[in-house]
Structure formats: C-alpha cells, structure tokens
Design a protein around this ligand. Sequence first.
Ligand SMILES: C[S@@+](CC[C@H](N)C(=O)[O-])C[C@H]1O[C@@H](n2cnc3c(N)ncnc32)[C@H](O)[C@@H]1O
Length: 289
Amino acid sequence: MSPEPAGRPSLALLARGLDDEPGAQRLAAELALPLATTGADPGACLEFDIVLIVQGPTLALQQTGRVAPGGRSRRDRGGRGSATGALPGPVSIDFGADGMRHRRRSGHNELLGKAVGVSARRRPRILDATAGLGRDSFVLADMGCEVILCEREPVIAAMLRQGLDAALASGDDWLLPSVRRMQLFAGDARTMSSPQSGAVDVIYLDPMFPSRDKSAAVKKEMALFQRLLDPDAAPGDAEALLHWALAQEVARIVVKRPVRASFLAEQKPSHSVAGKAVRFDVYVRRALG
Ligand SMILES: C[S@@+](CC[C@H](N)C(=O)[O-])C[C@H]1O[C@@H](n2cnc3c(N)ncnc32)[C@H](O)[C@@H]1O
C-alpha cells in the first residue's frame, strides 16, 4: 500500500467479528482502504490512526490508540490491555438516536427553518452541499423539506449511506417519513449534474469550523471528524464553495457560521438569523415559490 500523504491520518476497516468480515472486505475494496485484524481492540490498533468499525449493520469511526490526546500513543506511555476506554467514543450516524429526537425540539431548528424559509405553507427543497454527519439535513427533512445530501469524503458518505439504510429498515414511524425525503449524493456538490441540482430552492452550506459545542463528548467527537477531514480542505475551499453556490439558479443560499465569525468570503448576506452560538447568513436571490 502506498504511503499516506503528509497530514492525512491513516484509516482502516475493522470487522468486529468473523461475521462482519465480508461487509468489511466489501467496504475496504470500495473505499480503497486496508483491513485491520478482525476483532482487534481499536485502542491497541497502533498501525492506523482511525478505524471504521463494521459491526452488523452499523459503521462507527473510532480513533485508535496510536495518537492519544497529548500526542503520545498508549504504547509510548507503557499502556497495557484494552486501551479503548481511554479514547474518545466512536462516531456513528443514527438518525433514531435520542440526540436526534431532542434536536427536533431545539431552538436551533427554528432558526435553521427560518433561515431556509420553512413556513406553514412552504417547504423549500434543499441541497445540503456539506452534509457531514447529516444532522442538519435530517432536521430539515423532519421539517418536511426534500433534501439532497452531498458529501465528498467517501468514508463519511459511506456512513451516511449506512445511517439512511438503517433508518429506512427500522420501520420506525417517526423516522421513515423524514428519511424518505433524504437523498444522498456521494461526491463534491459542485460536480452534481444540473438536472439534480436544478431541482432545489435553497443551497445550504455548513463549512467546517472549530468545535462550538459546549459538551466535552461532542468536542471529542468533532475533533475526530476534523482530524479526518482537515487535510482535504484546501485553503479557500469554503469560500470557493460559496462563490459556486452564489452562481447557481436557486432562490437563496444559507451559510452556517459561528455567531461572531466574519462573513464567509467577505460576502455580505441579505440578512442573518442568529442564535447564541450559531448564525445563519442568508443570501436571497429571488422569492421562494
Ligand atoms: C462541518 S461538516 C457539516 C456538518 C453537517 N452540517 C451536520 O449537520 O452533520 C462539513 C462537511 O462538508 C463536506 N464538504 C465540504 N466541502 C464539500 C463539497 N464541496 N462537496 C461535498 N461535501 C463537502 C466535508 O467533507 C464535511 O463532511
């Protein structure tokens, strides 16, 4: 296997048990990633930085013991036995989780809905050009919007596919109507064919920015996510995405920003919808239908 480019963490598929091996092998081939030893303890899996764990139908991204917080591995520190307990928890996509149900009622959703133009009589069609873990997309779909989720990082896109499939298979009446409104496009939003992208009213952007959540657990989760994605983001990447979005035939573009951040690409929005920690900058091009 060729060496990883500098800065890019090394990743492998890890089958939790023997039954998970076929699924892990299939995904490893699809994502062009190596396989770690089946059943290995991620904490002791020191050949890789991050493992994508396949366990039954679920996928979870887990930091290994290779680089512990503070920069030294468990081995460097003389660690023994199972090291996973000392690591940040795994990241997976479960649209039916309590956290997602809680999100439904949070004030953040009202702001997001207002920013994209949801009203009692209107459910705009959204292109979420930076889908990530799909949380904002799910919130929008839960409000009744049709959402196309674009995710260019193949590992995250595979997790989204799995999360959507699991939700569709769940038979959960709360989840199904929302998840049926979500359609995944695994690739760079800018490469979508125009018939697909032309069928939307709003482009939504949530470019990566430093963790803003107060919960330590979420901070750790986002740190892993950022570690995976940061090396891919070229300087000016988010700015270029906004310029692309502004050139599309849509009614509005909405950009999520930390509440005190400057405008992305120094582009002044038509208006902003601000909460305590997050702000949505809205670029209105025409009235929503
Ligand atoms: C901060 S995360 C988005 C989090 C998301 N709003 C959520 O609720 O989970 C940004 C994501 O956008 C993706 N991304 C950035 N630029 C992209 C592009 N041009 N096309 C598709 N995905 C992109 C990154 O890979 C990353 O997963």
